[in-house]
Design a protein around this ligand. Sequence first.
Ligand SMILES: CC(C)(COP(=O)(O)OP(=O)(O)OC[C@H]1O[C@@H](n2cnc3c(N)ncnc32)[C@H](O)[C@@H]1OP(=O)(O)O)[C@@H](O)C(=O)NCCC(=O)NCCS
Length: 166
Amino acid sequence: MIRKCTGADFDSILDVINDSAIAYKGHIPEDCWHEPYMTREYLQNEIDARVEFWAYEEGGLIVGVMGIQDVQDVTLFRHAYVRTASRNRGVGGKLIERLGGLASRPVLVGTWKAATWAIRFYEKHGFRLVDEETKDALLKKYWTIPERQVDTSVVLVQQGSEHLKE
Ligand SMILES: CC(C)(COP(=O)(O)OP(=O)(O)OC[C@H]1O[C@@H](n2cnc3c(N)ncnc32)[C@H](O)[C@@H]1OP(=O)(O)O)[C@@H](O)C(=O)NCCC(=O)NCCS
């Protein structure tokens, strides 16, 4: 079942993200890795910034989450995480398809350059990588992330929205 998260899901969202984000360890630059990957404060800030989380629930347990955030004239998909034990059986795919149905603006997604599995996942769902220069401009315009993360990230745009430039 896919449903919108409520305040009562806060701890579960955090748990899914920190379980899932272990995938980054040893892949993303060492100075970008910290444990837990996401703190309560960071998650709260994201929710305060109107990232709306959706959950994939199985037997009462949230096994995957994905956020959607409208920023200026675009929609960002944020924080796509599926529990380590629940990967590769379509949970992420169903979440991204559901969120796709909610977006009425061009959709952008950002991830670590090193997260090749995530890039493949987004490409499979109709997103295309933008070039380095466009990536820098889009990250600075629509995201609030540190300079170091801009350098070590990529941006993908939904097919049909490739016209998006600074
Ligand atoms: C990226 C991520 C969210 C994808 O979630 P997921 O639930 O594993 O995604 P899916 O199962 O829909 O698709 C992943 C693969 O499983 C395959 N798959 C889907 N359903 C399947 C099934 N029933 N049986 C076998 N394989 C299946 C897909 O074809 C896909 O294969 P591919 O990678 O060879 O193309 C997940 O890998 C994750 O949480 N990673 C760690 C955190 C991360 O990188 N997040 C993204 C950055 S924001």
